[in-house]
Design a protein around this ligand. Sequence first.
Ligand code: FE
Ligand code: CA
Length: 528
Amino acid sequence: MDRRTFLTALGLGGATVVVSCSSDDSASTGDSTAGSTTTAISPNVSTPASPLTSDPFGLGVASGDPLPTSVILWTRLLTELEEPVDVKWEIAADEAFDDVVAAGIVSAEPTWAHSVHLDATDLDPDTEYWYRFSSADYTSPIGRTRTMPADDASPDQLRLGFASCQDFTEGYYAAHRAMAADRLDLVFFLGDYIYESASNESSLRQVPGGECQTLDDYRVRYATYTGDTDLQASRAACPWVVTWDDHEVENNYAGLVDDGGLDDAAFLARRAAAYQAYYEHQPLRLDPPEGADWRIYRTVRFGGLAEFFVLDGRQYRTDQACNARLDAIVGRSGCAAELDDETRTMLGTDQESWLSDGLGGSDAQWKVLAQQTVMSALVLGDIVLNVDQWDGYPAARDRLLRFIGDNEISDVVVLTGDIHSAGAGDLAPSSPDGTRTPVAVEFVGTSITSGSLVDIVPGGAALVTPDKFPGIAYLNVTNHGYGRCTVTPDEWRTEFVVVDSVDTADAPTRVDATCVTSAGASSVTKLS
Ligand code: FE
Ligand code: CA
């Protein structure tokens, strides 16, 4: 018996459904010190009066971190008010809101930039819903969301998107418009939602302010990005599962080490500000951050078909080897000892063991790492192309891949962003004689807009062709777009969707390549 049938049986169905909703996730640890609180609960609740005098919903709506019976509904009010504002939320079984299944009043707090993170609970599994917010005379756009199948269900298909790197100053979000039109089950956003740096005269689109340093700076930057209507359409189209990379704080930061020479205390304050603004603008099922330490790594599950391990490869990592100096990286001449240091870590000790416990214990078919930086080896001759990615953390990569191989964990897929290029290949731990025994596959999504290799180095595509890298089946270092995956018990199919141009919001899209891995195989085939 599902919830609504149960309530109807008790005479509580229809207009008097009672659900309890709270921004606090009962499974989370610790007290939530702030965030949204909610009262009153009935589909017929009235829109509250509030002191708002202009439309506060310019950032749209989003949903995220779905479970089988609940999903986080997000909005943020744009208002100068310095007091809490009551907002009505509604979730319905139909787009016309004729069948509202739950509603209530939530208080949007100025401490959290009037953001709302409402946990809509007691929903039916594997079900599509629509939601909206209202306050005073204003009503938000409508969002579409869905719950996940029950943990023990055996869904026959999952359609997901993955995207990253949407530098607002470098282009328009035609890719988001296309992803919204796909009406996917889930979208994974893998980092660089904002870029912290200032725009300049040659930028295609301007952002206000200089490089983000303070909470206000980051809030304004998120508002500029999220004000984009194509991005809003994408966030309103299905639940998102987000993680961050470096630019949500600062280029190439690593743990407590920044790129610009701030001392630890100053950088910690900046990181705390950036993390808070991230919380305020994302549909996260997390307690708000308290300071600069904030655990965001977590899992999401799509029945028995897929379990997603959403990683944080920034907060706990060792600093880039040899300060990523070019002379140290070319030929590894001055840096081999540091690069190969066994103690170098991408995820930190706690997250590493959480991940191996999770991978080892998962009964889902596809075990998916949704994460930031490229795991495949991209070494050209004796040049490590980028020591910010897993190539700069070879011992940590080997620990992970050997664990997968030694424990014969099958159907491990890594989804990656960061590098502004698309690619697909298999993943193998290193071996003394150089033989490769793949244990997993990786799909790397290109950027929504951020500069690709070819944008930066015209003609660069000729330098990095797939044949130069063992295990790589596909590379596209030119175009922008996103990844679109169709996942079944038999295969994982990734279509690399690209936009012809980021110079206009209505640029058409096309599928540049389709790559497939079959269940039980740790290999990628490029179909077209
Ligand atoms: Fe990026
Ligand atoms: Ca990045």
